[in-house]
Design a protein around this ligand. Structure first.
Ligand SMILES: C[S@@+](CC[C@H](N)C(=O)[O-])C[C@H]1O[C@@H](n2cnc3c(N)ncnc32)[C@H](O)[C@@H]1O
Length: 265
């Protein structure tokens, strides 16, 4: 029987999609974080928000361990979680022997870590693919210590911006002239599209949509930062097609906090 798969299979489809991409994930632009200006820009964005002190960090959806590398370089103690064995295998190999690092095979929407056990939760490119965002945010809030930080990097991948539409046309022209890039996300676009249409944020993850959900989960002190310094750093070393890719989507950096516990009477 053909036709769209029911929603109960959504999470398995997401896991399978990423597992199949694990071997080539780092080859697609925007995933691997090369040493140099791009690494420095990501590190600055994290340091600015988490502060200079070493923290106990839960990294959700670590994938191949690129953000993990940043967190370790900043001196944090990291639990790096993903629900894809294949992704974790790549990350484990990359960080073999690293100190202050623990890997965890678990669902980011229900990690089952103890209450109030982390100073910070960090993730890149996970929130758009949550199947039950409100429940996940409540779980993340529960695992943070009082005053703990949630920091995530994400974007609205459903539709390019106006400038992005122009960039997209230019990329299509380049694809015709020099051939397509087999590693870019679009290479599995049918499967990607079938997942997107079943996701709560499949029609767009925006700050306006996510803020009320975070607030309802108990988060406070929301700040929204710009991805522009990172994109600018990427353009310093990327080729023309990838420079154009930095213009496609509206991206943002969101940081908020579990409210400090009121002083006991
Ligand atoms: C776009 S990749 C991002 C990987 C990494 N955060 C990075 O930025 O390089 C998405 C990752 O999220 C993981 N993922 C998606 N949903 C998840 C969930 N519910 N629980 C755990 N991992 C999840 C996938 O297995 C994949 O490794």
């Amino acid at each position: 029987m053909h036709g769209p798969r029911p929603n109960s299979h959504l999470k398995e489809d997401i896991r399978d999609y990423w597992s199949r991409r694990s071997e080539t994930f780092d080859l697609a632009f925007g995933h691997r974080i090369p040493e140099g200006p791009e690494f420095d820009a990501w590190a600055a964005a994290i340091r600015e928000r988490l502060g200079p002190e070493p923290r106990r960090v839960l990294e959700l959806a670590c994938g191949t361990g690129e953000v993990t590398r940043l967190l370790l370089s900043l001196g944090h103690e990291v639990t790096a979680l993903d629900f894809s064995e294949a992704m974790l295998a790549v990350a484990r190999k990359k960080h073999a022997g690293a100190r202050g690092l623990r890997f965890l095979l678990a669902d980011a929407e229900n990690p089952m870590e103890p209450d109030e056990s982390y100073d910070a939760i960090v993730c890149r490119h996970l929130v758009w693919t949550l199947t039950t965002p409100a429940t996940a945010f409540a779980e993340w809030h529960r695992m943070l210590k009082s005053g703990g930080l949630l920091l995530f990097f994400d974007g609205d991948w459903a539709a390019p911006t106006r400038l992005g539409r122009l960039a997209s046309r230019a990329i299509a022209m380049l694809d015709k002239v020099v051939g397509t890039d087999p590693h870019y996300d679009g290479a599995m676009s049918e499967r990607h599209a079938s997942i997107m249409e079943r996701l709560p944020f499949g029609d767009g993850l925006t700050v306006e949509r996510v803020l009320p959900l975070l607030e309802a989960a108990g988060f406070r002190d929301m700040t929204v930062g710009s991805h522009a310094p990172i994109a600018k750093a990427q353009r310093r070393t990327a080729d023309l097609r990838n420079r154009l890719r930095t213009l496609l989507y509206r991206r943002f950096i969101l940081c908020c906090r579990r409210a400090p516990a009121p002083p006991s009477a």
